[in-house]
Design a protein around this ligand. Structure first.
Ligand code: ZN
Length: 702
């Protein structure tokens, strides 16, 4: 009936000492249930679970011999029950023998939960900053051994990096499921014909990675999907036909491909990256709006759980209009995107979308308007060159851009230091197509080559749209519509009359907030997510329709919602590091705890490390034992570089006092904790931190 398997190689001498204590106590409690020990001795005892008894039934245990136990069914077990070890259960605070009976007639020793030892995994940490790495996330991910570069813009995730990536992925998945998303997995390769149907094969241009599959002498053009609107809409078009099947939100977590001409910034900008992309399908706009709100809330939850100091910023809304698009941004000096933010009222938008408060700016009547004059400006075409030549500031210049709006030329006037916002211009003009005019058109319209256009003396009479700020540039410098010449002392209204003044430019630092008129700030940021109401753009192209309850065919309304999973990790590191390395929150850390026994040949230390490890592992806490034969300084430096949230040190002095040293990565000092009860105390602390991130957030000032 009992079939013993040899136990894995384990040093049992340490165990035996503990067992002496356990055994004597066991006699006092024949039920085999947990019983307290006053000794700080550490034991590892096997347990077995009865699969016949509801909830498992404890059985009596006789003294294990040489690590092998003799067990018999307990009084509550059905006759014939056998025993099976399920796992080793150890505890620091008390020795317990949770031995349970099992239906299995075979009796086998469990295999130990494999401890994760540093020496058994791959963590190639580096002391020096790797060549070519500029920004903190890139430098630190390489130095901490999270990633390894394969070529420019392509990185392998090493074991630690992958653990963190998995944690981010899991948080995303959990929140998407809670928000009603249904997961599927689409292909990374997709027929190019789908992208032809939506014309995105041209829109993406060189960003799209295309190839041909060779099949029996035939070539099948395919693309490496940069997103999956086409494929998912095609699936919905095939399988959804009735309003009864809607709404539905489908999502996947999949690798995407985009050819990056200038890959840089480590994993922030690569040709291959993991994205969570969700697509929702609806019969009505109300239904789309409801899902959009849910997704917005889920995204906020995801980024909070990941410890990211994010801002949800208004973005260009596309075809649906209104409040139809938000980007989730992490303010960071190394971000490639610019966002406009008002610290007073919280208004936040990307530069494409950001409105500017103030509107009309009346001219100060007390300023003297000087006489207009024409000056030679040889070789001065750009704002910078003209300013240098005439020794004026860009704020004194009015630049004139000639656009083709639906193929008709228009002039757009902006102050010299401002940037045109083509989305705003397009809206004000009410045109679909807007592009800067070609040199021939410019010459025809202005009578001069590029660089000398101005509102006064245009050769052709074309509409002139001026930004609000142009109104208040007194005695401005403009192009003279003549080669190598500029005009000075040009004033709107007196010298020319714009067709319209409006907001035509990107917001700049110090502009008034459109909501509260405080000064706007411009900040760099990393985009980690985007929610967008698509409307019927893809469903129309790909024929995704449904039969409504009024028996008519209608086109499905869509929303799409993306998260860059790799960017969560890089974005976290960009905002959470110090001179020693990364500072991970518990939720994203590759391991939540690193245990550093100071002497790896000390049985007591290593035994305690193993016991702590197993105890936490059984509670779902990730834990790494640093078993390298290294000096304390080396171990601590590496632990700080990687950024494990909690470091446990088992040293001689502590052991003598019955204590462990614990240190949170984001705190300066360490504290000593009694070994007795430590496993449980620390597990509770970690659980709390995982759920709330209170201490991490406080330390990062989030
Ligand atoms: Zn404001």
């Amino acid at each position: 009936m009992w079939k013993n398997r040899p136990s894995p190689a384990t040093n049992w001498s340490f165990f035996d000492t503990a067992m002496e204590t356990a055994d004597s106590r066991f006699a006092a409690d024949a039920s085999g249930e947990a019983f307290p020990s006053k000794s700080a001795a550490v034991c590892r005892l096997p347990s077995a679970i009865c699969r016949l008894c509801p909830g498992g039934n404890l059985v009596e245990q006789k003294r294990p011999i040489d690590g092998r136990g003799q067990y018999r069914p307990g009084s509550g077990c059905p006759p014939g029950s056998g025993l099976q070890f399920e796992k080793i259960v150890c505890s620091l605070s008390f020795l317990h023998v949770p031995v349970k009976c099992t239906e299995d007639f075979s009796f086998a020793f469990c295999s130990f939960i494999p401890s994760m030892y540093w020496s058994k995994t791959l963590i190639p940490t580096m002391k020096e900053t790797p060549e070519g790495a500029e920004i903190p996330s890139h430098v630190l991910m390489l130095r901490a051994g999270l990633i390894s570069q394969v070529m420019a813009g392509a990185y392998s995730y090493l074991p630690l990096g992958l653990r963190t990536l998995h944690k981010a992925t899991q948080i995303v998945r959990e929140e998407m499921n809670k928000a009603g998303g249904v997961e599927l997995l689409m292909t990374a390769l997709c027929p190019a014909s789908l992208y032809e149907q939506t014309h995105r094969i041209d829109v993406f241009g060189n960003v799209l990675i295309k190839t041909d599959l060779q099949r029996g002498g035939k070539k099948i053009p395919v693309v490496f999907c940069p997103t999956h609107e086409e494929e998912v809409t095609d699936i919905v078009a095939r399988f959804i036909s009735s309003y009864r099947q809607l709404p539905i939100t489908l999502y996947q977590i999949q690798t995407k491909f985009r050819n990056e001409e200038r890959p840089r910034f480590g994993v922030l900008r690569t040709s291959e990256f993991i994205m969570k992309d969700a697509y929702s399908f609806h019969t009505t706009l109300d239904s789309l709006n409801a899902t959009y709100k849910k997704m917005y809330a889920a995204y906020s939850k995801i980024f909070s759980r990941c410890g990211l100091p994010f801002l949800a910023v208004e973005a260009e809304s596309g075809p649906i209009g209104g409040d139809a698009s938000h980007e989730f941004m992490i303010p960071s000096p190394n971000g490639e995107d610019k966002i406009v933010h008002c610290a007073s009222c919280g208004y936040a938008a990307n530069t494409e979308k950001a409105e500017i408060g103030g509107g009309d700016r009346a001219l100060d009547a007390s300023i003297l308007l000087k006489e207009i004059a024409e000056l030679d400006t040889p070789g001065a075409h750009t704002v910078e060159q003209v300013c240098k030549f005439l020794k004026v500031k860009p704020t004194k210049l009015v630049k004139t851009l000639i656009y083709l709006a639906d193929d008709k030329p228009v002039a757009v006037l902006l102050r010299g230091d401002h940037e045109a916002n083509e989305n705003k211009i397009r809206k004000v003009l009410g045109t679909q197509k807007l592009e800067l005019a070609d040199p021939a058109t410019i010459e025809r319209v202005t009578g001069a080559p590029i660089g000398f256009a101005g509102p006064v003396g245009l050769k052709e009479s074309i509409p002139i749209y001026a930004d609000y700020t142009v109104m208040s540039v007194v005695n401005s410098v403009t192009g003279a519509n003549k080669n190598e010449k500029h005009l000075v002392n040009v004033n709107a209204s007196r010298d020319y009359t714009p067709t319209k003044f409006d907001d035509l430019r990107n917001a700049a630092e110090g502009d008034p907030c459109p909501r509260c008129a405080s000064e706007l700030l411009i900040r760099s940021a990393i985009e980690v997510g985007h929610v967008f109401k698509l409307g019927t753009k893809y469903s129309e192209c790909l024929g995704a329709k449904f039969l409504d309850d009024d028996e008519t065919q209608k086109t499905i309304l869509m929303g799409c919602y993306g998260i860059g999973v790799n960017r969560i990790v890089a974005g976290l590191i960009e905002t959470s590091y110090d001179e020693s390395g990364i500072i991970f929150p518990v939720n994203l850390a590759p391991y939540e705890v690193v245990i550093c026994p100071m002497k790896i040949d000390d049985e007591k230390m290593m035994g305690l490390a193993q016991v702590l490890h197993d105890e936490w592992e059984s509670r779902g806490i990730d834990c790494l034992v640093d078993d390298r034969d290294q000096r304390a300084g080396v171990k601590f430096k590496d632990a700080d570089l990687i950024g494990f949230p909690l470091r446990i040190v088992i040293g001689d002095k502590g052991l003598a006092e019955g204590k462990l040293e614990i240190k949170w990565r984001w705190e300066k000092g360490s504290t000593m904790l009694p070994i007795e009860g430590a496993a449980s105390t620390i597990a509770t602390m970690l659980d709390e931190e995982r759920n709330t991130s209170t201490h991490f957030r406080a330390s990062r000032d989030i």
